[in-house]
Design a protein around this ligand. Structure first.
Ligand code: NAD
Ligand code: UDP
Length: 346
């Protein structure tokens, strides 16, 4: 732990201390990069609940301290403010989940060069820590590796259709290169790797200004603002509730080394963006109107995971329907918007 403590001195924020040498015998030492974000904070909560010690490394670019407020004061959680794209040495771990990266198109496109660095150099730095600690390491990859897919639904064997020079490329190609690094570290150094290809996931703790479709539509409906459908609204997505996704990530991490391919994690229910808009307006009971804005460049026309690998190898299938998940997410945003002072974004 001395190495780890030393590192904390260089980190600009560290809200609590964990002495990993005294972690409970059953508990593992787990690094979660991006642990202050939407998915990361739910994952951190799940891992602590299972008796593990967690170090969350995050630069708070899209994540917030508030996401971890419920865990304040826990001695088994350490928070380090650091950019995953810059090398770090924060100790040894049994497992590493690499989630650090903005996931919303407006956020990852705001500083595209930093996004590519986060994906590629972040993966490299995380893999080096895994190699040194002999840790098992999981990459949060994405359905975006399939780009605007010509194969539907998408199976893990499909190589994708990505524009390498468009405005989404910093994320799509960054994540593809991260996958490459993961499999090369496995082949070259024997690192035990897992790659989750995550499809659109939503739920509480998304930021009201996140910019992704579910949070945008719910916030607009609750405020009575226009619902902004991009394009005709005929494009499709498959929406997975956060608790299901976190369950899939943990199962993938715990799966045997014989699972060597990336694994799709998502809800195979497929909805058009127009259908989602109507559902949200109805569920909120909103007076909002639906308005149409131009479709962003390279916006994928369709997306739906084939999850037969996850079913077969992880015994995983999503449990929460879109309607149930939307109801929980609407409740969450309702409380955030009605008491904004209690819920600052930082
Ligand atoms: P998010 O933006 O809420 O969380 C990302 C977290 O990473 C934030 O806490 C942010 O501050 C942190 N971060 C960003 N750049 C960093 C850097 N350079 N160094 C350290 N920390 C950094 O997004 P999310 O939805 O929680 O996504 C988490 C991960 O899952 C991302 O890697 C994303 O690509 C992946 N993913 C998410 C979805 C989804 O639908 N939510 C889909 C596919 C993939
Ligand atoms: N979208 C929309 N209105 C919004 C935000 C997004 O119609 O306010 C559309 C977007 O063009 C895309 C889909 O919803 O077709 C999903 O977008 P999101 O940014 O959530 O994720 P993506 O799957 O594109 O990364």
């Amino acid at each position: 732990t001395s190495h780890f403590r030393q590192q904390r001195l260089h980190a600009s924020t560290a809200s609590s201390t964990t002495d990993f040498s005294t972690a409970t015998p059953a508990g593992k030492r787990i690094l979660v990069t991006g642990g202050a974000g939407f998915l990361g904070s739910h994952l951190v909560e799940r891992l602590l609940g299972a008796g593990h010690s967690v170090l969350c490394l995050d630069n708070f670019s899209t994540g917030t301290h508030r996401n971890l407020d419920g865990l304040r004061g826990r001695t088994d959680l350490t928070i380090v403010d650091h950019d995953v794209a810059l090398p770090f040495d924060v100790g040894a771990f049994d497992e590493i989940y690499n989630l650090a990266c903005p996931a919303s198109p407006p956020h990852y496109q705001a500083d595209p060069i930093q996004t590519t660095k986060t994906c590629v150099l972040g993966a490299l730095n995380v893999l080096e820590v895994a190699r040194r600690s002999n840790a098992r390491v999981l990459q949060a990859s994405t359905s975006e590796v399939y780009g605007d897919p010509n194969v539907h639904p998408q199976r893990e064997t499909y190589w994708g259709n990505v524009n390498p020079i468009g405005p989404r490329a910093c994320y799509d190609e960054g994540k593809r290169c991260a996958e490459t690094l993961f499999f090369d570290y496995s082949r070259a150094h024997g690192v035990s790797v897992r790659v989750a290809r995550i499809f659109n996931t939503y739920g509480p703790r998304m930021r009201p200004d996140d910019g992704r479709v579910v949070s945008n539509f719910i916030v607009q409906a609750l405020r009575g603002d226009d619902i902004t459908v991009y394009g005709s609204g005929g494009q499709t997505r498959s929406f997975c509730y956060v608790s299901d996704l976190v369950d899939g990530l943990v199962r993938l991490m715990e799966s045997p080394d014989s699972v060597t391919s990336p694994v799709n994690l998502g809800n195979p229910g497929e909805f058009t963006v127009g259908e989602l808009a109507t559902m949200v307006v109805e569920m909120v009971g909103s007076r909002s109107s639906i308005v149409y804005h131009p479709l962003p460049v390279d916006d994928p026309r369709q997306r739906k995971p084939d999850i037969s690998q996850a079913k077969r190898y992880l015994d995983w299938t999503p449990k929460v329907s879109l309607k149930e998940g939307l109801a929980k997410t609407i409740d969450y945003f309702d409380s955030v918007l009605s008491a904004p002072a209690l819920h600052p974004t930082k």
